[in-house]
Design a protein around this ligand. Structure first.
Ligand code: NAI
Length: 324
């Protein structure tokens, strides 16, 4: 067994937390040789529930769990942490504008950024799940002084996985047979599922354009809303699963001949303004991701990219005061 690593999960008393934490504890995220010390963080009002979650983890007697820190104190919560899955965020309430959501969460992620900067391990890898995740990540990373900016990412893997399933279903193959697809842009209804290079069972695969525009893209973009309608609760197990997939791929790499989707600081690729946290197709090797370059962008896709870029620029402008 390797020495233990510390994994922080915020919003740990929430519904994503409840499915995610147990799978991380079982070794599914970092592998069967990697012991973990779980840092479970939530707000003061949620501590009783969080202690219940901690008791349940104890009662699983997981071989890989070497400690549980359950806390509402972020100094303790982020101390020496190697991986952080930032799920906790303020949900959008009735009548709340997107701008209000950005501001309220902006405060949360500014504060968290300071704690991460002051207390976390310098090699920390962060994925922001709490929405609006791209801009929350931007705000967080802005507080960081001496940890590489590329260690701060946001999650579009759920959108990627959703797209993979829809395409597999359409083509009559298994979702693991679908490769070379990606999500560009914001984790929001403007996201761009890009499939022009798609392969199925290692052969180039195409689907008709009408299905892409009228069915596929809207289905992926609206899947979260569809699940809320069905479950009366937002997607939780699939979101937790995607957060784990994001970290596992970041650590273990992408398979040869495939790529995945991660929202990362833009380096200007594909005309995306530098610094925006933007989802790109990436390959990962030795714990480092690189943007897949040179994918052909049709006028159809360029139109969609322009919209999601504009949305993220508007979000950045709305929180400009937090980025000084
Ligand atoms: P939930 O409401 O069940 O749980 C959220 C938990 O976060 C609560 O226990 C709350 O007390 C806690 N929390 C709030 N602010 C916090 C803070 N500053 N520090 C620590 N904990 C804090 O919500 P759920 O369903 O678990 O979703 C969490 C977030 O994930 C939401 O923002 C949701 O929009 C987002 N999400 C993102 C997805 C993505 O694809 N990026 C997919 C699905 C959900």
């Amino acid at each position: 067994l390797k020495p233990p690593v510390r994994v922080a999960i915020t919003g740990a008393a929430g519904q994503i937390g409840y499915s995610l934490i147990f799978r991380v504890a079982s070794g599914e995220m970092l592998g069967p040789n990697q012991p973990v010390i779980l840092h479970l963080i939530d707000l003061p009002f949620a501590m009783t529930a969080l202690n219940g979650v901690a008791m349940e983890i104890q009662d699983c007697a997981f071989p890989l769990v070497q400690g549980i820190v359950a806390t509402d104190n972020q100094t303790v919560g982020f101390k020496d942490v190697n991986y952080a899955l930032l799920v906790g965020a303020k949900p959008r309430g009735p009548g709340m504008e997107r701008g209000d959501l950005l501001k309220d969460n902006g405060k949360i992620f500014t504060e968290t950024g300071k704690y991460v900067n002051d207390h976390a391990s310098r090699d920390i890898k962060v994925v922001v799940v709490g929405n609006p995740c791209n801009t929350n990540c931007l705000i967080l990373a802005n507080q960081i002084k001496d940890i590489p900016k590329e260690n701060f990412t946001a999650m579009t893997r759920l959108d990627h996985n959703r797209a993979q399933h829809q395409l597999a279903d359409k083509l009559g193959v298994h979702s693991s047979d679908i490769r070379k697809i990606a999500i560009f842009g914001n984790h929001s209804p403007t996201m761009v599922p890009y499939i022009d290079q798609m392969t199925a069972k290692n052969h180039k695969a195409t689907v008709d354009q009408q299905w892409v525009t009228q069915t596929f893209i809207p289905t992926v973009q609206q899947r979260g809303a569809e699940i809320i309608k069905a479950r009366k609760l937002s997607s939780a197990a699939s979101a937790g699963n995607a957060a784990m997939n994001h970290i596992t791929t970041w650590v273990n790499g992408t398979p040869e001949g495939d790529y995945t989707s991660m929202a990362i600081p833009s380096d200007g690729s594909y005309g995306v303004p530098k610094g925006l946290i933007f989802s790109f197709p990436v390959t990962v090797k030795n714990g480092k991701y690189s943007i897949v370059q040179g994918l052909p962008i049709s006028p159809f896709y360029q139109g969609l990219l322009d919209k999601t870029i504009k949305e993220l620029v508007d979000e950045r402008n709305a929180v400009d005061h937090l980025l000084k």
